[in-house]
Structures are given as C-alpha cells and as structure tokens.
Design a protein around this ligand. Structure first.
Ligand code: KG4
Ligand code: ZN
Length: 339
C-alpha cells in the first residue's frame, strides 16, 4: 500500500516527456519516460517547437501508463507537481498546464518544482537515510554547478561553469567528431576502449581558488587538434574520446573533493545527465573511497531528465508546507539559489 501523500509529477522541461508517481516514503511507484532523441537527431540538437508538439501528443498515454504501473487512480493523488523551470518555455508550459488542469479537476493542490532541485535530490532517491547534507555536483546538458547542500531547500552555490555546461561540451565535441546526437553517451561508449592518457587536453580552472568551471577551452583544443590528425581521426577515435572525457572528469572530481575538504562535508552527491558517465562514476567512487567521503550517485536511470526526481523534490516541498498558485508562471531561467 502506498503511504500518503501520493505525489504525481510531470517533467517536460526539454525534449523528454516524463510522468511519475511517488508515495510519502519517497518510494517511486511509477516512472515513465518517452524520449524524443530520434525526432531531434537529424537537427543535431533539440528543436523547441518539435519538443513541445511531441509533449502534447505523448502526455495522455504516458499518464495512463504511469497510473496503471503504480496501481492508483487520479482521485487518490494528493498533489500534482510539474517542472516550472529552468528549461524551454514552450516545453515547460505543456507539463505545467496539464498538471494545473489535473489539480483543478481533482480539487487537489498544484506544486511548481525547480528542475535543478529535482536533479540535486535525485541521488538520495531510494536511500532510507533520506537527503544527506554535503557537497553536491549537478552536471547536465544545461548546467554545471557545485553546491553546498546544507539541508533540503537550503543550498549555497559554490561555483558554476562560466561558459559551456559539461554535457554541452560532450555534445559539441561529439558533433566535431561526427558522432550522433547526443554526443555524451557516444563518447562514453567509445572511451571505454581508449587510452585516457593519449592526449593531454587542458584542465581549465583546475587550480583556480574558486569553484568555477570552464569547458570552452577544452572544446577549442579539440577543434585545433583534429585537422592535425588528417586521415587518422577514425583510428584514434577511442583515444580522443577517452582523453577528452578524462579532462572533464578530472576537473569535476578534484574540485568536488576540494570543496568537501574545505566545508568539512562527509558526503558528496553527483547528479544530472553527465553523472551517467562510466568514467565519472568510477573516478568519484575511487577518490571518495580514498578520502573517506560517502558518495551518493543518482541511479543511472535517474541521471538524465525524468519525472521521478520531480516527484521526489515535490514530496519534500509538499511536506514542508509549500503549495503553488495556479497563476504561477513557468520561468525558463528559474534559479536554484537566489543571488
Ligand atoms: O540532465 P539532462 O538529461 O538534461 C539537462 O537537464 O540538461 O542531461 C543531458 C546531458 C546531455 O548533454 C548528454 O550528452 C549528457 O547529459 N549525457 C552524458 C552521458 N549520458 C548523458 N554525458 C557523458 N556521458 C554519458 N554517459
Ligand atoms: Zn536536466
């Protein structure tokens, strides 16, 4: 029997259409995702209008599927949540409007959820101890942020990327290498049989005193290297991917561990699409073990955009007494931490 409150969530901030349900114990009862990657692949990136049109078509059957999987009805839901930002305005509007309509029809509250808080809390889904304070790294296609997670809802931003997000760097370099979109998972796959020391790519801002990141120099470095390799790019592909990936992983791991030392944090959590990366997971596991930090990695299925993380974040907000007005608008630039 699901425990109360029963949370229903929609995530449509970008190109994934997702629906989930979680119960009062933070147990995910259903998590459905309909990916649009094939639709956007010919364009080498997400086309906003295609994304929002697909959300409209896909939501209704996906909602029915999620309710069936969870074995509950709409009438049993205690709160309808949806991502309200950051993301693409036209995509956010679809999920948010559908969640508001359901809330209105069922006479239950609506809750607007920050997509980044969803990612941030996702490593703690399924952990009996719940959300743990510590250093939190979010590495997605749109964001690279290092935070001090003091408690649920109490986050201090330590640093972010000054240019490309880590996932964006993976995708842009993937494009340069002629790999299918999105480049991140493709580079990860090829890197497994490559030598990560083959090329010495720059580790920008590794030794800077702050917690800012920069990945555009790394991308430029690949841009200049490729023409010098002539016809041998294909035969060196695995080494190129492994070395490029290592440069990103190195900076992310070292800066996160430095922050944990400085703030005396026992635990480190890592979330977002790039946290699916095998080498990133391996390097964090090795370094955290050595330094005595407890590591919380989002489950691979919860790293890229999903609605389970939105339901989980909504549950914490709901239990803390938060409710959103139906008039509350979406915000493509919604900050996680107010300046
Ligand atoms: O969190 P997410 O689904 O979307 C945003 O909120 O941005 O992250 C998507 C990003 C893409 O840039 C994708 O290439 C990257 O995560 N990604 C990966 C891997 N899987 C997804 N990057 C590196 N290695 C992976 N295995
Ligand atoms: Zn995301």
């Amino acid at each position: 029997m699901p425990s109360s409150p029963l949370i229903f969530s929609l995530e449509t901030s970008c190109d994934e259409t997702a629906v989930a349900l979680c119960d009062g114990g933070g147990r995910i009862l259903a998590s459905e995702i309909s990916t649009q990657i094939p639709e956007h692949m010919p364009y080498g990136g997400v086309v906003p209008e295609i994304a929002s049109r697909n959300h409209i078509v896909r939501l209704k059957p996906l909602i029915a599927q999620a309710l069936q999987e969870a074995g509950v009805t709409l009438a049993e839901v205690d709160c309808f949540a949806a991502t309200s930002g950051p993301g693409l305005a036209s995509s956010l509007l679809i999920g948010s409007t559908v969640a508001k309509a359901l809330a209105l029809a069922c006479g239950k509250p609506f809750l607007a959820v920050n997509h980044l808080e969803g990612h941030l809390l996702s490593p703690f889904i399924g952990h009996a101890a719940g959300v743990q304070p510590g250093i939190a790294l979010i590495v997605s296609g749109g964001h690279t942020m290092l935070l001090h997670l003091r408690a649920t809802g109490d986050y201090k931003l330590l640093g972010r990327s000054r240019d490309d997000a880590a996932g964006e760097a993976f995708d842009k370099v993937g494009k340069m290498l002629g790999l299918p979109y999105p480049g991140g998972p493709e580079i990860d796959k090829l890197a497994r049989r490559g030598d990560r020391t083959a090329y010495d790519f720059p580790r920008s801002m590794l030794d800077s005193a702050d917690y800012a990141f920069s990945f555009s120099g790394l991308k430029t470095s690949m841009l200049y290297l490729l023409p010098t390799l002539g016809n041998s790019i294909q035969s060196r592909m695995a080494d190129l991917c492994a070395s490029f990936q290592e440069a990103i992983v190195d900076v992310l791991v070292k800066k996160s561990l430095r922050a944990a030392r400085e703030f005396g944090a026992r635990s480190i959590s890592v979330s977002g699409g790039v946290s699916c990366n095998h080498r990133l997971r391996e390097a964090f596991a090795q370094r955290c073990k050595k330094a005595g930090h407890e590591l919380f990695l989002a489950a691979p299925s919860l790293t890229t955009d999903n609605a389970a993380m939105i339901a989980f974040a909504a549950l914490h907000r709901f239990q803390a007494g938060h409710r959103s007005a139906l008039e509350e608008n979406v915000n493509p630039n919604l900050p996680l931490v107010s300046a």
